[in-house]
Design a protein around this ligand. Structure first.
Ligand code: HEM
Length: 546
């Protein structure tokens, strides 16, 4: 008996026909359902916005419907180190279009998202402080950060963040950061690492100070966090009691800097952040994790024996080990702080020294005050935390650096529920703006800190004297504000002020013939740095004033 077996090609062609038919039916159906869903969501949002008394914020280039051009502007800005100018130009374009100073507007981004940009202190006060519960760190940013850092204060929301914050905030109180002795060894290492440190009256060659500043801040941060510095400023490590070899330290520093760069890039990819986390990156994270784990495991092993918090120098790991024993959690907390607290300081120091090189009058005034308050390099008066804080002109120079060159220039938050911003809606910009759940509110400080309405007609110039009698408000946010304000602010300002004092005691002139005139361009990574490097030379003070 013969059984009729259909030929395989016939079966396949019948099934492809069926699949094709199914697709032809499903695709338009899904598209239609999605469109109906969007329309209903839009109607609901409009109704809710109206009931809350909101008006739409103006829209930047409405014709760029899926935001491709907007995205291109930013990529181009990144490539040319003019991203901050791109934000400033957008605000100018919107102000010209609206016929008023337009501090809040919407922008489309691919694949069709709407973001809200605001440069208005009233809105930032709401996002960061008064309506803090309505906003969180964007989920994808948290995901992008966690590969390197693990969940910790910087890279978490909700209870995890609250727990980390409660644990870490006490580590940055006045008593913990008052020991400026931590900085001095590393200042000496920095001065030794300068090229051709000259005799009194001689100049160093022109060199890029930025990489040296990065190693300086890394050495301090690791000592403060782990109890042992990686001494990245030195070619060899003379400390024979160190837990790890010089080679391991160097590998760690290189892996950390490289992984930090990839992490910054991955944040730019948005929800697709994981695409940037390639094999090389994972290898770097492994090196970093294993390195920190050595300190954590040693501390857990030695718990209760030789070292106690508060005895000898202050070490964050020693202090937090009392409240947590999980090695992964300890590692995450330490890495979160290391990331938040090393490059931010080196970037700011770079902008400060480059600005002093551009402004000899300010440099001379600052140096005279430093010599008066703190003595000379070889015969210094005691440098204390309160001495640094009370040196007004020094503080004004730091404030002005962070105003003109905020090292964390862009920030954003995701709305966790439907909410509003207090101003920016309607043609005159005075109405509330509706922010639907899941949407992003972003701000860029370079632009807000240059606003003539907030800072006067000379807002783009570096003038420390403008700080005389001026108080901090929501128009100045280099450290953010509200419950998630930077916990390392005082530590950072102390470290920057200390190094500035010691360098200006040692050198009486800072010259940057290769630096551009006017406002410096910024190289955007995780934090801003001077584009092209801090190319300066220093003149060693004569022996009487050293
Ligand atoms: C000039 C130096 C610094 C600047 C400009 C700076 C700026 C900032 C900014 C803008 C934020 C908010 C980030 C956000 O909300 O997304 C932040 C958060 C943070 N900073 Fe800093 N920072 C500096 C130095 C430091 C230092 C030295 C440390 C610690 C050693 C540190 C630790 C932190 C931590 C842990 C957070 C997260 C706080 C939280 O989310 O609760 N920062 N910093």
């Amino acid at each position: 008996m013969q059984v009729a077996v259909p030929r395989i090609s016939t079966v396949l062609s019948q099934s492809s026909f069926f699949t094709m038919g199914l697709l032809l039916f499903l695709l338009p159906t899904v598209a239609a359902i999605f469109t109906i869903y969007c329309v209903i969501a839009r109607i609901r949002r409009s109704a809710k916005a109206k009931s809350l008394g909101c008006q739409p914020a103006p829209l930047f280039r409405p014709w760029d419907v899926i935001g491709v051009q907007n995205f291109k502007i930013e990529i181009n800005g990144l490539k040319t180190n003019r991203l901050s100018y791109a934000f400033l130009d957008r605000k100018k374009e919107m102000s010209a279009k609206m016929g008023r100073d337009c501090k809040t507007f919407r922008i489309y981004y691919p694949p069709g998202e709407t973001w809200f940009y605001t440069f208005d202190p009233k809105n930032l006060q709401a996002v960061l402080a008064t309506q803090f519960q309505d906003f969180q760190q964007p989920t994808y940013k948290v995901g992008a950060l966690q590969a390197l850092l693990g969940p910790g204060i910087f890279s978490a929301n909700g209870l995890k963040w609250e727990h980390s914050r409660a644990l870490l905030k006490p580590q940055f109180m006045r008593e913990q950061i008052a020991d400026l002795g931590l900085f001095e060894t590393h200042v000496q290492d920095l001065i030794s690492a300068l090229p051709g440190v000259a005799k009194p009256g001689d100049w160093t060659p022109i060199f890029d100070l930025q990489p040296l500043l990065e190693r300086f801040t890394m050495d301090i941060a690791t000592e403060f966090l782990f109890g042992e510095s990686v001494h990245s400023q030195k070619d060899d490590n003379t400390d024979t009691s160190a837990l790890v070899s010089k080679n391991e330290m160097t590998q760690f520093v290189q892996a950390f800097f490289a992984a930090e760069k990839t992490t910054a890039k991955s944040i730019f990819y948005g929800d697709l952040f994981w695409l940037a986390h390639d094999r090389k990156f994972k290898g770097q994270c492994k090196v970093v994790h294993e390195f920190v784990d050595m300190y954590v495991h040693r501390r857990l092993r030695d718990d209760g024996s030789d070292k106690k918090p508060g005895v000898g120098k202050y070490v964050v790991l020693d202090a937090i080990v009392n409240d947590m024993k999980d090695p992964h959690e300890l590692r995450s907390q330490l890495l979160n702080i290391l990331l938040a607290g090393s490059d931010t300081i080196s970037g700011t120091l770079g902008f400060l020294l480059a600005s002093l090189a551009q402004h000899p009058r300010i440099l001379k005034k600052l140096r005279d005050i430093i010599l008066h308050d703190f003595g000379s390099f070889n015969q210094p008066k005691e440098i204390t935390l309160s001495g640094l804080k009370n040196c007004s002109y020094l503080q004004w120079c730091l404030n002005e650096t962070l105003r003109v060159y905020p090292t964390v220039p862009v920030n954003f938050r995701e709305a966790v529920r439907d909410t509003t911003l207090p101003v920016g809606g309607g043609s005159d910009g005075t109405s509330k703006v509706f922010i639907p759940k899941g949407h992003f509110v972003a701000w860029e400080l370079w632009t807000m800190h240059s606003d003539p309405e907030l800072w006067g007609p000379d807002a783009s110039l570096f003038i420390p004297e403008r700080w005389e009698g001026r108080k901090f408000g929501f128009d100045y946010l280099p450290f953010n504000a509200g419950p998630r304000i930077c916990i390392g602010q005082q530590f950072a300002l102390a470290e920057i002020a200390y190094l500035t004092v010691r360098l200006l005691q040692k050198f009486d002139s800072v010259d940057g013939p290769d630096l551009p005139e006017g406002r410096l361009l910024c190289d955007w990574k995780m934090v801003d740095k001077v584009a092209g490097g801090v190319n300066i030379r220093l003149r060693s003070a004569d022996s009487r004033s050293q």
